[in-house]
Design a protein around this ligand. Sequence first.
Ligand SMILES: NC(=O)c1ccc[n+]([C@@H]2O[C@H](COP(=O)([O-])OP(=O)(O)OC[C@H]3O[C@@H](n4cnc5c(N)ncnc54)[C@H](O)[C@@H]3O)[C@@H](O)[C@H]2O)c1
Length: 337
Amino acid sequence: MDQPLFRVGIIGAGSVVEDYHLPVLNALSQARVMWLCDLNRQRAARLAAAYRIKSVYQQLEQCSEVDVALLAIPLGCRRPVWERLFARGWHVLCEKPFAANVAEHDWIMEAGTAARIQIGAGFMRRTYRGVALARRLVAQSLLGRLRGVWASEGGRLRATGRGSDWYQASRSSAGGGVLMESGCHLIDQVFSICGAQDFTIEHSAIVYHEELDYEARATGTLIPAGQPPCKLAVAVSRLNDYPNQVVLQFDHAQLRIGTAPDAPAQLCTGDGQTVAQLAAAGGAEPATGRAYRAFSAHWCEFFRQCTSGIAALAGAASSRLTTAFIESCYRLNPPPA
Ligand SMILES: NC(=O)c1ccc[n+]([C@@H]2O[C@H](COP(=O)([O-])OP(=O)(O)OC[C@H]3O[C@@H](n4cnc5c(N)ncnc54)[C@H](O)[C@@H]3O)[C@@H](O)[C@H]2O)c1
């Protein structure tokens, strides 16, 4: 059966679009990129020429009709764009971080429902091979009861090579520092693996430099789907090198999942000695591999959502708890006045 063809418009012609979305959409037979829209017309025009995209716009009002819009601009610039998108009635796949807080998350989802559009969030780690496998093992309690989850990611950031006008240099543009920008991926990865229903934070600490957080740590409790509460510890940093991994502790075993697209799931003894690398049987796992394949799988998920009207892996509603976790950490440890 022929797949429906989705006309896609891209808002934001920045790094994530150039490095991932355009190569991926260009290779997907069910997508046709119709235009790029960016305040920086030159940037959009250069990318459009490279991918033979006919139209370039600076304002959303000028853009031609599409089926799906990719919203790939920094968090702090999105609100007026969302309002225009609801009015246009296009489905929207929005890059991470999805929302600054739960109120904003709910506003987007409710307005999207009223506009009868599908909304996806760009948490493409959900399609990683190791994440998909771990999700199945936890959901089926194959390793027994989950006792704890330790997730960390970080490396010492020496220089960004970016100017002071980069969105990540401003809290109002990025929505936060390392916790919002990178931490949202890690937290969503944990919550996706565990089918998280809720969490509590018992201790948390954030290291700020001026308005931006450079390290965040939190410990508390996680309620996984269908299992009793377990311990949770999360750390993200631009100051210190941390293992880039999620460790799931069961009674007699650990499962370790890396944060990179290719990272295998490692089955370990209860005290962390690696026993085996796991691969899903029967080719049932999503075909990921390198990062662009994860973006590709994520786009396919979102196109399925647009066709079926049923939000699944790419759906934004299921990332609400990720938004809530980050908001709670910032509330408990606000930036210096
Ligand atoms: N999924 C991932 O792994 C991943 C990777 C990188 C970035 N991102 C996310 O993607 C978003 C963009 O990141 P980036 O690195 O591409 O940023 P970038 O700074 O390289 O590009 C952002 C672009 O948005 C444009 N822009 C800003 N406001 C606009 C508006 N109102 N209308 C049209 N264009 C506007 C800017 O002119 C700029 O060209 C961020 O939210 C970031 O967190 C996700």
